[in-house]
Write a protein that binds this ligand. Sequence first.
Ligand SMILES: Cc1cc2nc3c(=O)[nH]c(=O)nc-3n(C[C@H](O)[C@H](O)[C@H](O)COP(=O)(O)OP(=O)(O)OC[C@H]3O[C@@H](n4cnc5c(N)ncnc54)[C@H](O)[C@@H]3O)c2cc1C
Length: 183
Amino acid sequence: MKILKKYDLLIIGCGASGFAAAIKASELTEGKIKIGMVCKGLLGGTCVNVGCVPSKYLIEITNKYYLSRKKFIGLELSAKINFTDIMGGLKKVVKELREEKYEKVLNYYSNVDLIKGDVTFIEPNKIRVNTEKGEQELSGSKIIIGVGSTCFASNMARRWLEEPKELLDWGQLEGLHHLLPYT
Ligand SMILES: Cc1cc2nc3c(=O)[nH]c(=O)nc-3n(C[C@H](O)[C@H](O)[C@H](O)COP(=O)(O)OP(=O)(O)OC[C@H]3O[C@@H](n4cnc5c(N)ncnc54)[C@H](O)[C@@H]3O)c2cc1C
């Protein structure tokens, strides 16, 4: 029989929203409530690992490179790109930020348990977590869901991408052709 672990608050997701929820809930209750933060994947979720941070890092490098190629009379700039090194630098920054802004932060909140695994709801206040060590069941008096978002292409969009001419009236869309694929 599985043992049911009980929490005052369960937070599903350990991205920016999950962490913000855990910190705020701890502050508001002076660390007196027991919080379970449950998630799969890397701590920090989208923003630090694959979203805001990597994109801004690469955009910044691209801007610098662009400037180095611009011609100003009397100014000579040069830049060489080493893609492998750039990606190595990016991984280092992401790792450092993940450690500083997420992993180490948990050390300050002894009331927060981190549980790694895939979550499924089994009852409104109960979840099943598929961890590396097997299944666990957790319950929460309150549950906050902070699982981010994923892309979804509706059937309509898929059909449009596959058969653009069938659905679009090119005449009505005159002037917008440059925005559409397959024109
Ligand atoms: C390329 C890119 C650039 C961006 N740039 C910016 C920017 O400059 N500024 C800005 O404000 N925002 C930016 N964003 C948006 C920002 O990254 C997101 O708004 C933010 O990360 C959302 O945080 P979140 O905690 O809601 O979700 P996420 O960070 O996606 O976290 C979701 C968490 O839920 C977990 N999870 C999901 N399903 C389950 C499950 N079934 N079981 C267990 N765990 C689960 C995941 O493992 C993860 O830990 C960018 C996004 C992208 C993709």
